[in-house]
Design a protein around this ligand. Structure first.
Ligand code: GLU
Length: 307
């Protein structure tokens, strides 16, 4: 088994991500212009090999996207470790890496991906109305969402947790302690619904999790709730300001899927194949290690659920 990363690419990608925001793949101006190198001149930021002229059955979404040589992927723009817009304007993180793996298998290089910001509440709509071809955005697979879209995956298992000010001034020990208290989360997300319906919190709702940070800093809310790994990204991004309750103990299961058009079974099956293969050959772990894995331990990646 051989992973989808080009030789030495992991080291390159880590450098590219930690360098001061310069565009990945900047090549020396001394490189001869008449180079006969047939490969793409731009290194993939995650070191992925882009499939050369892959073949797909005519009429499938794979064939359409591959022939177009372009894809629009919805992701988060404000979530460190998973989807965060960097200084060069392109988002980076594990969801971005997984989205770019799917594109690479379609023969689409990173620079031909159009990234569209999806917030929690517009993901289904953006898939349904064709604003995006797929969504990779800390997107929990569940039956309500499956009524209107389909999911490939899961490719990661997160769980809901609580984040508080450093030092935990309210002494919260878990979700049972937030009944009647102000908690910030995001409209259209599973954690927002859960903290109200099951734990009786007073929800302060916003459209993106980064908007919860100031209310937590200034004490307007006692906690922010969403998936543990999103909160871990904010703790890491804002050193010394926040912490997770009970070391990030989770109280739900949030399996992350790739959202796509309902009924596009061929596309779903194919993405599931790509994900399963990436787990088997180690590509998934390498993508993780370059992104969320800089802060979080490498998990056992789940097998896809071909419902
Ligand atoms: N995974 C949860 C969800 O899909 C929370 C994270 C998010 O809002 O993106 O609703």
């Amino acid at each position: 088994m051989r992973s989808k990363l080009t030789l030495g690419a992991a080291a390159f990608a880590v450098l590219a991500l930690t360098a001061c925001g310069g565009p990945a793949g900047t090549t020396s101006s001394e490189a001869p212009e008449e180079s006969t190198d047939s490969g793409s001149s731009t290194e993939h930021p995650y070191g992925l090999e882009v499939a050369e002229a892959p073949e797909f059955e005519e009429g499938t979404t794979m064939a359409e996207l591959s022939e177009a040589g372009a894809i629009t992927i919805g992701t988060k723009f404000d979530q460190p470790l998973f989807g965060l817009v960097g200084p060069d304007g392109a988002p980076e993180g594990f969801d971005v890496a997984v989205g770019s793996l799917i594109a690479a298998e379609l023969g689409i290089p990173f620079e031909s991906i159009e990234w569209t910001e999806t917030v929690s509440a517009n993901r289904e709509t953006f898939i349904e109305n064709g604003t995006v071809d797929l969504v990779a955005a800390t997107y929990t697979i569940n039956d309500a969402r499956k009524e209107v879209i389909d999911f490939a995956g899961p490719y990661y298992e997160a769980g809901q947790a609580l984040m508080v000010q450093a030092g935990n001034p309210e002494g919260l020990t878990g979700p049972d302690d937030v009944a009647g208290l102000a908690v910030c989360s995001v409209e259209g997300s599973t954690p927002a619904a859960r903290i109200v319906d099951e734990y009786g919190a007073e929800l302060q709702a916003t459209d993106a999790y980064s908007n919860c940070l100031d209310p937590l800093r200034n004490g307007q809310v006692v906690a922010v709730t969403t998936d543990n790994v999103i909160l871990a990204g904010f703790v890491d991004q804002n050193a010394g300001e926040f912490e997770l309750v009970n070391d990030g103990e989770t109280f739900t299961e949030e399996p992350y899927g790739i959202g796509l058009t309902k009924g596009d079974d061929a596309f779903r099956d194919w993405i599931n194949d790509v994900l399963d293969e990436a787990v088997a050959d180690g590509t998934m772990a390498e993508l993780w290690e370059q992104t969320a894995g800089t802060v979080l331990p490498t998990p056992e990646f789940p097998a896809t659920d071909r419902y």
